[in-house]
Design a protein around this ligand. Structure first.
Ligand code: AHM
Ligand code: MG
Length: 283
């Protein structure tokens, strides 16, 4: 597993360099969710594929930018599901973006997610990694080195609220719940990049990030294998919770297709318990 984490560190440096130096225009292609791909999406995907292709413990890759599963090594142990450049449409306005990695052993289910990692490309490069054992570990790059900053724990209750999705398409009880949080003094923190938005809540002690099912997207927007479940593991290992709109753990999901999405809620315990009540999951 350490080989995989070390590879992610080298990938982070390369993608950061690409963000800072490459053309920001669109490519001629779309990804399998039908979204136009930026040249940077394609380049980041290529950097990751090249980095893992000779690592024999990696059985296969699943990418937001590829349709199916790319088999690398039949006898490999891990399948790595990744979003090479999440929030890439924010690069042209110079906001932070990220890469997300879920490391699965066996079938691609939440139960088989053994580790996850994400990289934030902001004023500095930061990396968070977690396994099923212990708290997430927070690193910051200095030159080519990643220095450990420390373990990350969520407090029981936070102050930040990051509500995703088009508000016009929220159902009434979701809108009431979000409004109630603001009425209690929660502060809006939403950049439109899930990596920096979830990272901020983790590092500032807690709060809620939500991307609900909406009238236009009943199954939400965020993809289970390489966006939702890697962050669910981070939040659980940090002492928080990560649930669906039905109240079950996101880590109990089994996607039918690599690009399946799910409504998702990540937070510290107070906010998630309040959400369960607002959604009628808990009396
Ligand atoms: P992407 O993978 O195409 O970049 O989309 C994912 C991003 C997330 O980072 C973010 O939370 C979400 O899309 C924002 O969506 P919206 O613009 O609907 O708020
Ligand atoms: Mg994404």
């Amino acid at each position: 597993m350490q080989t995989v984490f070390n590879t992610i560190k080298s990938i982070a440096l390369k993608i950061d360099h690409a963000i800072k130096t490459e053309d920001l225009g669109y490519s001629d292609s779309a990804n399998s969710s039908g979204e136009e791909q930026l040249k940077l999406d394609v380049k980041s995907d290529y950097i990751i594929e090249q980095a893992f292709k000779d690592i024999s413990i990696v059985k296969a890759l699943v990418s937001e930018e590829k349709e199916g599963v790319l088999l690398l090594h039949e006898k490999g142990k891990y399948t790595i599901c990744y979003d090479p450049l999440d929030g890439s449409s924010l690069v042209d306005v110079n906001l932070s973006v990220g890469s997300i990695f879920g490391i699965y052993e066996g079938e691609l289910t939440g139960e088989n997610l053994v580790a996850s990692a994400y990289v934030v490309y902001g004023p500095r490069i930061e990396l968070m990694i977690t396994t099923r054992h212990g708290k997430p570990l927070h690193y910051r790059a200095q030159g080519e080195e990643f220095n450990l900053i420390g373990e990350v724990s969520l407090q029981g209750k936070g102050k930040l609220n990051a509500p995703g999705g088009t508000q016009q398409n929220w159902c009434d009880y979701h809108k009431t719940f979000i409004d109630d949080l603001f009425a209690q003094g929660y502060r809006l923190r939403y950049s439109g990049g899930m990596v920096p938005d979830l990272h901020q809540i983790l590092l500032k002690g807690g709060g809620l990030f939500s991307y609900p099912g909406t009238f236009d997207k009943p199954e939400g927007k965020l993809r289970q294998l390489f966006e939702v479940m890697p962050f669910a593991l981070m939040y659980e290992q940090a002492g928080g919770q990560a649930i669906t709109n039905k109240g079950s753990r996101l880590l109990e999901l089994t996607p039918k297709h690599p690009h399946d999405t799910s409504p998702c809620f990540f937070g510290s315990n107070f906010e998630i318990e309040a959400l369960k009540i607002a959604y009628g999951i808990k009396a």
